[in-house]
Write a protein of this length. Sequence first.
Length: 349
Amino acid sequence: MMKNWKMTSGPGLEPDDDDDEALQRLMRSDFALEANDRAILGKPRLLALRDYDRPFIRITHAVSDDEQIARRGGDERRDRHAVRRLIQGLGEIKTLAGPGTSEDVDEFVAKVFAEAPNFGPALEALRQSAQVHIRGGARWLQFRPLVIESSPGAGKTRLAKLLAETSGLQMVYLDCAAMTNMSPIISQDGTWGNSRQSDIMQALASSASANVIVVLDELDKLRDFSRHGSPKPSEALVGLLERHSAASHMDNFLQLAVDLSFINWIILVNDMTRLSQPFLDRCKVIQLAPPTATEIATIAAREIERRGLEPELVAAITKAVQSGKITSLRTLHKLLDAAAAASARSILH
């Protein structure tokens, strides 16, 4: 692991003028060339080049067209060009991004907590895990797979979006309740006529970073109706959560080994008993009680102020919470969205 490097500026900086923008492009170009020469599969490295520091990684080997055709059983497939683009995208050098120091991690978690205080235990678990990786030498955001169990409407999906937005990492959101098989998560065999690449592989191929956040929303509701589907589909995902096996994951569609060990997994469920025990054993599991009326009212007051809505709404919503008309954060946010829309219409007219 990398130790004793200090992160400085990076590609997220906004140029002040045209000259600065040209300099940023030049630094990115130089970085890409140097990183391509020095990258090693599965081994993070840090390149400090003219104040442009960034950890980077190679997540798969380069594959020639002939080798690709041989692996996938012929060259007459209609998806040949799509596969080539996908492999090219995965073969590009990937950065490792997000909060890269202990202080950055604490600041990142504090910002999210300010927006979602009811998820304090989950955020603390994420913070502790990320700090362990930082102490181990990481200079990017990495945390143990996190399972969050709570009642419907607690705001889990909103939390995941906040984590991605605040960290600056790309989020791959998968609604597992709408799935009928595992292919959006694990690619289907590339030799089948109806095969397809997974959404995760597609996202990694287009992403500049390898440590994306993958959100499996309502994984407990996924039903796999494929021929060999399991009653607990999460059993098939165990290999993605173990660092050793994830580092050499064989993608069925591409017939290519890809390092998925830098992915940050967030699993959102209402009932974790529907997940397999081996899957849960590889995650940090946080069970959250439904938000109390006081917590909902507190969140409502903060949201009303943040959105710039009429302060009088606080008393009205607090009364609705106390009377039991608002019992979830999902209902609260729908009401506040409607109030914001109404306020916007009144300004336009």
